[in-house]
Design a protein around this ligand. Structure first.
Ligand code: ADP
Ligand code: MG
Length: 231
């Protein structure tokens, strides 16, 4: 069988944070490739570069050195506006702290990235409704985030991430702020998305969660020290 081509590919990625006194090498010469349909767990001790890697993959930050191809296209030399467009169209984020907008309803939170994209109202409505149904939150569309439990808020955040059919879903400790029961529900949701064909990159410090992935990449001191296929 022919190998599927890379959905994203990092070559020789280095990220240095410079402050007045110190230089921190958050990532050093990282080579990393993900194929469509993979579920990659990123693990490593605190400070090993996991969040930095996710921010680069999600075009929230730029590398100091190296190349990044997303779906075959070089994305490191884009202007900030072009980067924002690629991010909006192709990347879905799920953060530890949900990051919903407090004075927008559940429905409006999921709709907002689609509005930025210039999508027509009819299509927006279909997509928002479908995404909320998918995460079991259709009955809470008119609620405000503050009226929901943490687990419910994270499910809304998952709906927001998938509503635009992104190429890739990035999750940084998605259950880090949840109790174990709600955490399990969110992991179950991610499993379903993966079974449905989503490509997922997830930072976690929970070994049991990491093993749900198809692959586990370990970082240490900004370097990939292990890259293991799980299934
Ligand atoms: P992890 O998510 O694995 O805990 P991070 O990617 O957040 O690690 O951080 C990697 C390293 O980069 C750490 O040493 C951290 O202190 C440093 N770092 C991260 N972001 C910044 C920043 N904005 N400015 C300076 N140093 C940073
Ligand atoms: Mg982190």
């Amino acid at each position: 069988m022919a190998q599927q081509k890379a959905l994203l590919q990092l070559e020789g990625i280095t990220k240095v944070f410079e402050t007045e006194e110190v230089e921190t090498h958050a990532l050093s010469d990282v080579h990393f490739m993900v194929r469509p349909g993979e579920w990659v767990s990123i693990v490593g001790p605190s400070g090993s570069g996991k969040t930095t890697l996710l921010a680069l993959l999600g075009l929230l930050d730029t590398a100091s050195k190296g190349t990044y191809l997303l779906d075959g296209r070089s994305v490191l030399d884009l202007s900030p506006a072009e980067r924002a467009l690629v991010r909006n169209q192709h990347i879905g984020f799920i953060f530890q702290s949900f990051n919903l907008i407090g004075d927008l309803s559940v429905y409006e939170n999921v709709e907002l990235p689609l509005t930025y994209r210039g999508m027509a109202a009819d299509e927006r409505r279909q997509r928002v409704e479908r995404a909320l149904e998918r995460v079991g939150m259709g009955h809470r569309a008119r609620h405000m985030p503050g009226q929901l439990s943490g687990g419910q808020q994270q499910r809304v955040a998952v709906a927001r991430a998938v509503a635009g059919d992104p190429l890739i879903l990035l999750a940084d400790e998605p259950t880090g702020n949840l109790d174990s029961k709600n955490g399990e529900q969110v992991m179950q949701l991610l499993s379903e998305l993966h079974k449905g064909g989503a490509t997922l990159i997830m930072v976690t410090h929970d070994p049991n969660q990491a093993r749900l992935g198809t692959r586990m990449v370990s970082l240490f001191d900004g370097r990939v020290v292990q890259d293991e296929r799980l299934r």
